[in-house]
Design a protein around this ligand. Structure first.
Ligand code: NDP
Length: 274
């Protein structure tokens, strides 16, 4: 039996089993890791069965992160701010600990790419689970954060949750021109929907701006990054580094060893070049 697994719906596209097999090979730690498609109504039942039968750790993805938070008996401090988790560890006493490694995964990738400074002015587009998972990390790094979203009320609600942690406000999509931003992060799911019309004003993209899409697709630029490049941006990156980073920090929670993010990214790059 796999003692580690990712739960989601859909799940067949997930790169997590592959990433974790690379971590296992690099560290020499036995780490059998599978993927489990959870029917929406049976998520908690499947998760309970998994841990009852000897599961030691789980990753949780769309659309179950909030429900997984409620399922756990205990939470790390960073995940309790967020109210959603992507990692569960079964502790030796049987208690299930929930954590959220999305924020640290994003932060470490932005640092690797030199896209972030301590006082960066960041525009975060989106107010779903992914945005929620990274706001506390960006604020704790010292960023000034503007949140925007199609459903503006959702953005305002997120600001209310996090305003005590730092400099954060919400602006509607048609009020974004000033001030200029150092970095735009796409945390919407528009990439999953293909080439839909862009939702941001073109004039936001200055030559020096950084553009980061949390979405990742294997063979091509994401629709958001293609649009940014067409407006003249050249400091662009997709969310693969975040994906590997959050996985590495899950691995760390389970085994106490942080695997190399860079060596996994190199493996992906080599495969892309073939
Ligand atoms: P959610 O479903 O929770 O949120 C979706 C967000 O996208 C909402 O803000 C929604 O706006 C917005 N949105 C959806 N369709 C449109 C549209 N047509 N036009 C404008 N806005 C739209 O998804 P998540 O937050 O969980 O995931 C968002 C993205 O982040 C996904 O692409 C996911 O793959 C990626 N992600 C990447 C990770 C990584 O490690 N690289 C980790 C986690 C997520 P509204 O509120 O108005 O509906």
């Amino acid at each position: 039996m796999d003692t580690f697994a990712v739960f989601g719906n859909p799940i067949e596209h997930s790169q997590s089993p592959y990433i974790h097999s690379l971590f296992s090979a690099e560290t020499g730690i036995f780490h059998p890791y599978g993927r489990i498609l959870a029917p929406v109504n049976d998520f908690e039942i499947l998760l309970k069965q998994f841990f009852d039968k000897g599961g030691l750790g789980a990753n949780i993805t769309l659309p179950f992160k909030e429900r997984a938070y409620l399922f756990c008996n205990q939470h790390t401090e960073r995940s309790s701010f967020i109210g959603a988790i992507n990692t569960i560890k079964k502790q030796p006493n049987g208690i299930l600990l929930g954590d959220n490694t999305d924020g640290i995964g994003l932060l470490s990738d932005l640092q690797r790419l030199s896209l972030l400074r301590h006082n960066s002015h960041v525009l975060l587009v989106g107010a779903g689970g992914a945005a929620r998972g990274v706001i506390a990390s960006l604020l704790s790094y010292g960023c000034k954060l503007v949140l925007t979203n199609r459903n503006f009320l959702r953005a305002q609600k997120l600001v209310e949750v996090f305003y005590h942690l730092g400099n954060i406000c919400a602006l509607p999509l048609d009020h974004l021109m000033y001030p200029e931003y150092d970095l735009i992060i796409n945390a919407t799911s528009i990439g999953l929907q293909g080439n839909i019309p862009p939702i941001l004003p073109e004039s936001l993209i200055t030559p020096s701006i950084g553009c980061y899409d949390m979405f990742y697709q294997k063979d091509d630029d994401t629709p958001f990054l293609s649009w940014c490049r067409r407006q003249g941006a050249y400091r662009c990156s997709d969310g693969l580094g975040m994906l590997v980073g959050q996985a590495a920090h899950s691995f760390y929670l389970w085994h106490g060893v942080l695997p190399s993010i860079l060596s996994v990214l190199k493996t992906f790059q080599k495969e892309k070049a073939i």
